[in-house]
Write a protein that binds this ligand. Sequence first.
Ligand code: NOJ
Ligand code: CA
Length: 690
Amino acid sequence: MKNLLYIFALWILISGCQQNSTNMFTIQSPDTLLEVQVFLTNSGQPAYRIQFNGQALIDTSFLGFDLKDQPSLAKGFEVIGSGNYELDDTWEMPWGEKRFVENNYNELILNLQETESPKRKLDLHFKVYNDGIGFRYEFPEQEGLKEVMILNENTQFKLAGDHKVWWQPGDWDIYEHLYNTSKFSEIDALSKANHPDLAQTYIPENAVNTPVTMKTADGLYLSFHEANLTNYAGMTLKVDTINLSLQSNLVGSERTDYKVKRSLPCNTPWRTIQISETAGGLIESDLIVNLNEPNKLGDISWFKPMKYIGIWWEMHLGKSTWAYQGGKHGATTEHARELIDFAAANNIGGLLVEGWNTGWEHWIGFEEREGVFDFVTPYPDYNLEEVVEYGKEKGVEIIMHHETSAAPRTYDEQLDTAFSLMHSLGIHSVKTGYVGKIIPKGEYHHGQWMVNHYRKVLETAAKYQVAVNAHEPIKATGIRRTLPNAISREGLRGQEFNAWASDGGNPPEHLSIVAFTRMLAGPIDFTPGIFDIKFDNWKKNNRVNTTLAQQLALYVVIYSPVQMAADLIENYEGQPAFQFIQDVGVDWEQSRVLNGEPGDFVTIAREERNTGNWFVGGITDENERDMVINFDFLEEGKVYEATIYRDGTDADWDKNPTSIDIEKLKIQKGEEYKLWLAPGGGFAMSLLAQ
Ligand code: NOJ
Ligand code: CA
């Protein structure tokens, strides 16, 4: 016991808390590996620290707020109450990476109050899971404080080392930067400002967007993010490269002199740290969804996970245009019918049609974007009713498209009209877009004002049985649990960058980082499946920087309940590899990460709901790789008809991207399969249960 006390005292000393701390509260994860200590310093400042398996993971880090028209909430607190709670529960996802989610945590609630006038109260909630930690602030109802205007939230994360970090700059507007890999002390977000291909960007300081993922010298993986971002500003994390710490910096607005305004009682989003001994454990973690409220929509069986094609890639290639004017209009009735025929013949459930409505002639480059787009009026060569009707005959659902051009007030005014039109036509999903700087000027995509706009769209859509796939979205924070009509979103450098980026497109390592960063936040509409990798007929200076086999692998690796087969349909004709896109599932009973390392490679196996079929996808960065897949995950005693799509022996993302070998064989649990992944390559497998 003496020894233990000694170690404990030493740990406090090492972790930089010189003062004696008072009121120490400790909670552990259900498996006891994670431990959080929450306490007040001698000056009554709230602080916490975290240990994993006895090692310091987050050193003493302070908590608090700067508020407008009142003193900061930072010091002078005492603990006036506390409670410990626990939950061990399971809930069901209406669609998802898995059907059942285990929700098992220990919780600590601390009620704090200032000892001196104005004696304001503030509560801290900590939930500790086996896969990480979430904590949030609550402003309880109290005398004399009816509203807070938050100038900044000062939540610290003091790292225990100079970790390896996969990060993108703390941009208040956009999450479409490439990921960077560096030591924490070498993060330099400001050097990423003003990328020529971004329609909106604002990086005010050396900060990172979340999720930001790290690896410690001991090989532990961490990822920082937030859960349940509701009526609050998005959080970027300011980087202190000297003291190795992160501090919340909320996205602001130039229209107000505060960042968040709330009436009491209210709470902040959860500040989250996912923690795992394996990189794959981060992907398997359910922390973000678990920290959201249960489903409020009830039965949403009107939305069916699906694959879709689109009148889309052709605009990005320059083959056709969104706008009617100019003689190359893509969204014509005739073209839509042609695509519906293709979808119906190839087990594809949806067709996205962009450029169907009036307004595109005033899209990019127009400052006056207010009132330009109309979400109910088709161009003259597109008969919306006819296309929807023809789709119904063929079993193909039309996906609506609403590009707001970042004029949310114009969209807001038309929400009910636009969604009731969809409802009357039986259209159950919409892809939204917010390209450009937000109007009104001074708002950013991730400020409180826009957080509330995106939420209003989701809630209104739900009333009309519409599911939303947002581009240029608010970041995903697990709201899909509460509002499962939040089906997918962009919020990363998607495939489209390969069509026009001036920097050569997404490098081969891109998605092996995305899987361990952006994907921890939620489903991604990446739009995989480009077969014409170099598309020289359209653009000689752009291309996709992967092999064809990697494009297939992405249907399994990158999760979304809507998955696009993004290429021009003529590029799928006569392609044996297209069989994989026809076969692959989109809704999963369970998912297993078989291997992986951020920035290098990752392999995921997923079991389709209701069929017992498994699909496996693996990708590598610019390095070739040998891999052994062990089929332990299959059901005992069953024989699976396997089709394996792998890089040809001469494949290479740069020189020979379309070389692919397809092999058919029977596979059973316990067997192994050896693979070679080409530089920038990958593989996909379908395992159909017999
Ligand atoms: C940006 C979206 O990411 C892209 O997919 C879409 O085609 C354009 N906006 C037009 O809305
Ligand atoms: Ca985009």
